[in-house]
Design a binder for this molecule. Structure first.
Ligand code: PGA
Length: 255
């Protein structure tokens, strides 16, 4: 069952509690397809991690059933590890190519991921921010949320007006991502290039998904706690077009 959406009394965010992740993913996929139908040149902001995967699978199924020409659409990834070979399966370049570029039929040259192996990382980050702006900005940004409330790799303490930059990952984030590195935290990179919170807030629309009881605390803090740097996702309440798609477990700590 899908509950009617509600507007949080504390914010202008739309919150939708779906029966399960698959139902939430279908809603996100429909939103993306509607955008791409009406604007074939749209720029999509794409996240990696476990949470958005069902959205990309739903889009793939839709592309098989009724293909949409995405040759003019663009995609921008949120982040990339520093110092990882882009050809390794754990690189976000590889993940985005496998989950988005190839199955959905984006042109590879239209899918951008920060260059985490650049000799000058600060310049790579600046160039990435400029590239997003140069194409007219992101129309719809898909987001997950970390257990510590991070969006992209903007860890707690990130300025809400931060731009694309090199960041250091918290131990908690490296531990959470060790599952992609043979459960060995030592293999998880220590730094990343991430879009800033300010970069994310420039997207015209934002859809954040969160599933499972492990995310309930981060979701409640983001939506109902103070808007503060200690809570990166709380910055979303400064934006006028944000939809939060949750399963029941992730919504369980909302008042
Ligand atoms: P997850 O990561 O979807 O793999 O839980 C979310 C995030 O860290 O933003």
């Amino acid at each position: 069952m899908i509950y009617p959406s509600f507007v949080s009394p504390l914010t202008s965010l739309r919150v939708i509690v779906a029966a399960d992740p698959a139902a939430a993913a279908e809603l996100a996929a429909t939103r993306i397809l509607t955008l791409l139908h009406s604007k074939p040149t749209a720029a999509l902001g794409v996240a990696t991690g476990s949470t958005p995967s069902p959205v990309y699978r739903a889009l793939s199924r839709a592309q098989l059933a009724e293909p949409l020409d995405l040759s003019r659409a663009r995609a921008f990834a949120l982040d990339e590890y520093v110092g990882i070979d882009a050809r390794l399966p754990q690189s976000y370049r590889s993940v985005i190519d496998a989950e988005v570029t190839e199955p959905l039929g984006f042109q590879r040259s239209h899918v951008s991921v920060p260059d985490g192996s650049a000799a000058d990382l600060a310049a790579a980050a600046r160039d990435y921010e400029a590239a997003i702006d140069a194409t007219g900005g992101v129309d719809l940004q898909i987001l997950g949320i970390g257990h510590n409330g991070h969006i992209g790799f903007n860890e707690p303490g990130s300025a809400h007006d931060s731009v694309t930059r090199v960041v250091t990952l918290t131990q908690e984030t490296r531990k959470a991502n060790a599952r992609f590195f043979d459960d060995n935290i030592e293999l998880v990179p220590r730094q990343a290039i991430t879009q800033g919170i300010g970069t994310i807030l420039k997207a015209r629309s934002i859809v954040l998904l969160a599933f499972g009881a492990g995310k309930a605390g981060a979701v409640a803090r983001a939506l109902e706690g103070p808007i503060e740097e200690a809570s990166p996702a709380s910055a979303l309440r400064k934006h006028s077009d944000v939809t939060i798609l949750l399963d029941e477990a992730a919504a369980s700590m909302l008042s």
